[in-house]
Structure formats: C-alpha cells, structure tokens
Ligand binder design. Structure first.
Ligand code: NAD
Ligand code: ISE
Length: 337
C-alpha cells in the first residue's frame, strides 16, 4: 500500500491539528501541500507538515496538483462547498470537517455531484462515531438487553467562544455533533425538533443566545434534550445519558486522577475539543487513510452530512419560531446504502 499524498485546505485551528497527526502520528499518509486564503496561516501549516510541503493560495491549484492524491478540508463551514466540489469534480477522495456545508441545499448539490461520478469520495468529520465511549454505548444499545431508548439527556458545553460565534452556530457548528452521533447511536432518523431559549448567561457576548435547550424527537420515539452552553466557564464538558426501558447507559468521561486535598475531593475536566477527542480524531483519520487506499468510504458520508444539515436547518428555524419544526428528507439513495 503506497503513501497517501494529502493536500490540506484551511490551516487554522483544526487544520493544523490534522496536519500534525497526518504528518507525524498516523501511518500511510504524508501532507504534500497546504492552502489557505491567509498566507501566514498557510506557511504555519506547511511548517508543521512533511518536508517539501507546497503552499497554495488557490483551491483549484491544490486540488488539481498531480502530486495530491486526496484532500482534507478544514476551512470554516461556509467555504466547504467550493473545496469539496472541486475535489469531487477532480475525482479525488476528500475528508471534509463538519458541517459538510452550512445549508442542506448545498449539501444536496454535493450528494448529487458525488453520485454522478459513480465513486464514493466524500467523508464528513463526525469524529464522535470513532470515540471509544460512544462506540461502547452503541454496542450496549445494539445488544438489546437495555431495551428501547426512550430519553437521551446531553450537554455540549465549552468554556467560552469568541465574538464571531452566532446563535445559529450553536446548531450548525456545535449541536451538529449530537445531531449526527445520536442518529448513529440510535440507528434512527429525526422527526421533529424544537429550541427553547432560556435566561441568557451574563458571559455571552451581545446578540448570542446562550445557553439553548434543543429537543429532538426520532421517528422511533426517542426524545433528546440537549443543553448547548458555550460560555459555561468551567471546561469542555460533553455528557450523554441514554435512558432505556430496562436501564440507563452513560457516556464515560475522560479519566483524570481524583485528588483529596484541603478537605475536598476533585478531578479535572478537559479544556477543549482538541484534547477531549484527540484519540477520536486519530482513529477517524487513520480509518479514512486506510479506506481511501481501498477506494472506499467507511465513515460518515455525504448523505450523512446532508441529513445532519436538514436537521440543523429545522433547528435554526425552530430557534426563531419557538415551536416544533418537522425534519424531512427523502429515502437514502441506493448509492449510500
Ligand atoms: P479556524 O478559523 O481556526 O481556521 C479556518 C482556516 O481556514 C483559517 O486559517 C482561514 O484563514 C482559512 N480559510 C477561510 N476561508 C478559506 C477559504 N475559502 N479557502 C481556504 N482557507 C480558508 O477554524 P477551525 O476552528 O479550524 O474550524 C475549521 C473547520 O473545522 C470548521 O468547519 C469547524 O466546524 C471544524 N471543526 C471541527 C471540529 C471537530 O470537533 N470535528 C473542531 C473544530 C473545528
Ligand atoms: C467546534 O467547531 C467543534 O466542532 C467542537 O467539537 C465543538 O465542541 C465546538 O462547539 C465547535 O465550535
């Protein structure tokens, strides 16, 4: 099996994390080119990549470089469509960070373009499917001894966000992980969704609704209550409890030593997504490298990206209406079954 020569588009926070893992930690890949609209960013990315890494400022140039076998897209969501479309048109495999695109119409264009090639090319970065804790939860649910999942209680908390983070991003950037991973965990699709805006934290910047409570009901009858709270101040705190007919299943938290000092027992909470899901990103991208070598896409595909965004569109609508909004999309095309 040869080395997969990768071009990375977008060298910001996660772009640089992925460049480091693709260049140093994982096997079978090499970052041969990077691109960013911000020249300094691209240079920083190249400095972390394998020796001789080329620097581009144009998407089509990096995608069509004959030395580049496959692409990793880590621009902000609004720029995903152009990069993924260029890769699909060039017939090259592409791993795109979540969300696939920021509207379901754009995601559908990617689905249609991929199907037109007749080849499976697109994987979406829903890394929680590769997290050990979520995988163990899925095995327990699928094992059947816990019975039917009835209620899922989740938190998606971050210490803080910068001023560019909007109320809609609580759905499109943050809750999109639960939209995908819980659909996968339950093996079920979403039927209707609602958002309840409560009292705002004083720590949210002007115009941002935080926290938000999102409710999602599945076709099979499970109800999710998700708290998205991105200025919680105390840590990156991801929790998930599935209440089933015969018992409950709780997502394990990363383990840190428990210390006893000054009449207190305490333990750490992870600081951010980089550390909380470090192993999941490694496993996810190693699996992508290995499956690309076989001409396959094993992970979340463009259809998963599309149905997640249809659900996100309904949640964004629900943020404004305050009522339940229906989630509706057609049957899974045979190409993705
Ligand atoms: P970021 O803002 O830190 O970095 C984005 C980079 O893309 C910047 O360097 C910017 O200059 C560059 N860029 C912007 N427009 C571009 C364009 N048109 N072409 C090329 N480069 C462009 O953002 P980030 O936090 O690294 O997030 C990037 C993506 O990764 C987002 O889609 C985000 O949702 C996703 N993400 C996923 C996870 C996860 O847990 N899976 C975590 C963080 C970010
Ligand atoms: C970020 O883009 C991620 O994807 C993180 O996993 C998520 O927790 C955070 O809310 C997003 O902004």
């Amino acid at each position: 099996m040869g080395t997969l020569k990768i071009g990375v588009i977008g060298c910001g926070a996660i772009g640089r994390e992925h460049i480091k893992r693709l260049s140093n930690r994982l096997t079978g890949s090499k970052v041969v080119a990077v691109m960013d609209v911000f020249e300094e960013g691209a240079k920083k990315g190249a400095a972390m990549a394998n020796e001789g890494c080329k620097v581009y400022s144009d998407i089509n140039a990096i995608v069509n470089d004959p030395d580049v076998d496959a692409l990793v897209v880590t621009t902000p969501g609004f720029a995903h469509k152009d990069a993924v479309m260029a890769a699909v048109k060039a017939g090259k495999p592409v791993f795109c960070e979540k969300p696939l695109c920021t509207t379901s119409d754009d995601c559908k264009e990617i689905v249609d373009a991929e199907m037109a090639t007749g080849k499976h090319l697109v994987q979406v970065g829903f890394m929680r499917r590769y997290d050990r804790g979520y995988k163990q939860m899925k095995e327990l649910i699928d094992g059947g001894t816990f019975g039917k999942p009835l209620v899922i209680k989740c938190t998606h908390r971050a210490i803080n966000v910068d001023d560019s983070y909007t109320t809609e991003m609580a759905v499109t950037d943050t809750a999109i992980h639960e939209i995908d991973v819980l659909h996968w965990l339950l093996g079920d699709d979403w039927k209707k969704v609602q958002v309840i805006m409560g009292e705002n934290t004083k720590n949210a910047h002007e115009g941002l609704a935080d926290p938000q409570i999102m409710i999602m009901q599945s076709k099979g009858g499970a109800t999710v209550v998700l708290e998205v709270y991105v200025n919680c101040g105390f840590g990156y705190d991801i929790n998930c409890e599935v209440v089933c007919e015969e018992g409950t299943i709780t997502l394990p938290c990363p383990s840190f030593p428990t210390v006893r000092k000054d009449c207190k027992i305490s333990t750490d909470i992870e600081q951010n997504w980089i550390l909380r899901f470090i192993d999941s990103y490694d496993v996810e991208l190693q699996d992508w490298i290995d499956s690309v070598a076989k001409g396959e896409v094993n992970g979340p595909n463009a259809w998963d990206g599309y149905i997640a965004e249809v659900t996100a569109d309904a949640l964004v609508k629900a943020q404004k209406t305050g009522t339940f909004e229906e989630v509706s999309f057609g049957d899974t095309p045979a190409f993705y079954k």
